[in-house]
Design a binder for this molecule. Structure first.
Ligand code: ATP
Ligand code: FE
Length: 356
């Protein structure tokens, strides 16, 4: 089975070819990601209109590159998978329209994939793991614990009630005058910092359950920065490093403790081999990765973190999720709609433990 995947929901135009023969592991034949960071740099964030135009301009060439890198042509594909949401609607539309054109032109089945399902199924692309497993999806726009029971069967155990951590990293970088995207620059600064010098809150840890909050952290950072500037007239590089280290440690502590709770819920009903996996751009953070790994080890679960290139937005995950949907007979037709919002979960934690 060979699937062409397309992704254009945020600021990366991506196309990939994934192939799986029988019961062999799936193989990424090609994966092209054309980023747009430079286009948005002057604006301090992704501008939807600019993103949509860039996707529309580049998606064809991206598909061509993916096919040629795989050494295959459209007629070698079995189906076309495309991100149909959630995301910036102009970009999603550009991808869906392109996929529809290819589907009609080549007479291939069309499969609409939920972008979050793409992230959530990534560990099955890289490792042999069975359902159900626990996934922490932590990115620029999302933060949630998902019990992944099947290609189209997700239970949300909890998540952020305000900002996503990636967003908080990006805002922190902006407040401290560091380059975007904020995650990598804050992480680099934090390497030389003392995480204990400034006190940051650990929101919602006193409350039961797996919900999280990150907007207070951002406010705490803003206040501390302003206090330092008031007292000393500016920030030294040591102050900046210490602020980054304190902020990053607070995010990592909250994620680790809430992961412990989510694991407890999952383990109450777990299969023989319990798996904790993580995906999304923030999963690239090495402190967060290592804390999650310790929590998994402590609770007897296997920790699986996909390689960084598959944690951030890419089309291989969309092609792979499309492949699982194809196998399950979940194909779409030309009425496939582009959706700005598309929640993955349809059930609540109340279902856990009760007759599944
Ligand atoms: P979504 O998938 O929710 O639509 P997105 O596409 O913006 O959002 P990703 O591409 O998965 O998200 O991740 C980008 C986010 O990850 C950015 O907010 C970025 O700052 C953050 N990030 C990247 N690297 C790191 C890192 N090393 N540490 C912390 N955060 C990071
Ligand atoms: Fe994403």
């Amino acid at each position: 089975l060979t699937i062409l995947g397309l992704e254009s929901s945020c600021d990366d135009t991506a196309a990939a070819v994934v192939r799986q023969r029988g019961t062999q592991p799936a193989e990424i034949m090609s994966s092209i990601v054309l980023g747009q960071t430079e286009l948005h740099a002057a604006f301090g964030g992704v501008v939807p209109e600019i993103a949509a135009r860039a996707h529309a301009e580049k998606i064809d060439i991206c598909v061509k590159q993916a096919l040629s890198q795989a050494g295959l042509s459209l007629s070698d594909m079995d189906a076309i998978a495309v991100t149909a949401g959630p995301g910036l609607i102009g970009g999603v539309l550009a991808g869906v329209m392109c996929a529809k054109g290819l589907s009609v032109g080549a007479g291939l089945p069309l499969i609409g994939v939920n972008h979050l399902a793409g992230h959530a199924l990534t560990p099955r692309l890289t490792e042999r793991i069975d359902y159900p497993y626990l996934m922490l999806l932590v990115s620029g726009g999302h933060c949630q614990f998902l019990l992944v029971r099947g290609v189209d069967d997700f239970t949300r155990l909890g998540g952020t009630i305000d900002d996503a951590p990636g967003e908080a990293f990006d805002k922190t970088a902006r407040l401290l005058g560091l380059p975007q995207p904020g995650g990598p620059s804050v992480e680099a600064e934090a390497r030389n910092g003392d995480p204990a010098r400034y006190a940051f809150p650990r929101p919602l840890l006193d409350r039961e359950g797996c919900d999280m909050s990150f907007s207070g952290l951002k406010t705490a950072l803003l206040r501390t920065r302003d206090r330092i500037v008031d007292e000393k007239g500016g920030l030294t590089s040591v102050d900046r490093a210490d602020l980054c280290a304190g902020f990053q440690m607070a995010v990592a502590d909250v994620l680790a403790e809430k992961t412990r709770r989510a694991l407890r819920l999952y383990l109450a009903d777990a299969p023989a081999v319990a798996v904790l996996s993580v995906a999304g751009g923030v999963a690239a953070n090495s402190l967060i990765r290592s804390k999650l790994e310790s929590v998994a080890a402590e609770m007897g679960a296997l920790f699986i973190a996909p390689p960084l290139s598959l944690c951030t937005d890419n089309a291989a995950m969309i092609a792979y999720a499309g492949m699982e949907k194809y196998r399950a007979g979940l194909c779409d037709d030309l009425t496939l709609a582009a959706r700005p919002r598309w929640p993955l979960d349809r059930s609540s934690p109340a279902l856990l433990g009760s007759g599944k």
